[in-house]
Design a protein around this ligand. Structure first.
Ligand SMILES: *Cc1c(COP(=O)(O)O)cnc(C)c1O
Length: 231
């Protein structure tokens, strides 16, 4: 096995073990490899392991890698980082999903880009569960109203919620973030009766805890690809 394959098997194994601890079906958790700053060749190698969806936090980088990998069939690109309104059009054209929807302004821009392109886009609402000023996302108390307003945007398919936990090694500080996201999901389902199935939570440092607390999508970069170059 190459080093990359070993890294993937290791992370997959840790996800499976966390599922076992929580009594969850491993098939209920997707591993979304985060390929930001990684060259196209690395994405090609990950695709050769069977992965098709990749997370990027910059639209320009996503577009460039998509072009570089045009020969690989069935790749899907997911925007996970903060998306500026002026990037809505290329995001809608080149991404399958945007996990970082956090304003009506962005929803409007994505909706009109999708109308122009005659397509629909999967979206997750980003929630700031850590309370840090530096984090994007809606405060939990605003999600219910925002979700209702989203109904006006027929080109956007809201599938669930996304969050970044507090960056800490202490599970006692990280767990409340994940629990908050799950609680918001419960509120949405109470109102809507169903849906909102996706909980995108968990990164290299905290994905096992996230899985134990209900994550359906872990976004993992460094644990698969090694440390990113600074900057
Ligand atoms: C970079 C990034 C990740 C992955 O982070 P790692 O710690 O490298 O696993 C996950 N989510 C978002 C939004 C990111 O920007």
């Amino acid at each position: 096995m190459t080093g990359l394959a070993e890294q993937f098997r290791a992370v997959e194994g840790r996800i499976a073990a966390a599922c076992a601890r929580a009594g969850r079906d491993p098939a209920s958790v997707r591993l979304l490899p985060v390929t930001k700053t990684q060259p196209a060749a690395v994405v090609r190698a990950a695709a050769a392991l069977g992965y098709r969806a990749f997370g990027e936090n910059r639209v320009q980088e996503l577009v460039a890698k998509q072009a570089a990998l045009a020969e690989v069939p069935g790749l899907e690109w997911v925007v996970i980082g903060h998306l500026q309104t002026n990037k809505a059009k290329p995001a809608a054209r080149h991404a399958r999903a945007v996990q970082s929807l956090e304003s009506l302004k962005l929803a409007k821009a994505l909706q009109s880009a999708c109308e122009e392109l005659d397509r629909t886009l999967d979206v997750l609402i980003e929630v700031n569960t850590s309370g840090e000023d530096s984090k994007f996302g809606l405060v939990p108390a605003d999600v219910i109203v925002f979700a209702k307003e989203l109904r006006a945007f027929d080109r956007l398919r809201p599938l669930g919620l996304m969050t970044l936990a507090l960056p800490s090694d202490d599970p006692a500080l990280v767990a409340p973030c994940f629990k908050t996201l799950a609680a918001v999901q419960t509120q949405l389902r109470y109102r809507d009766g169903e849906g909102w199935d996706e909980l995108s939570m968990g990164m290299s440092g905290d994905f096992e805890l996230a899985v134990e607390l209900g994550s359906t999508c872990v976004r993992v970069g460094t644990a698969l690809f090694g440390a990113r170059a600074a900057g």
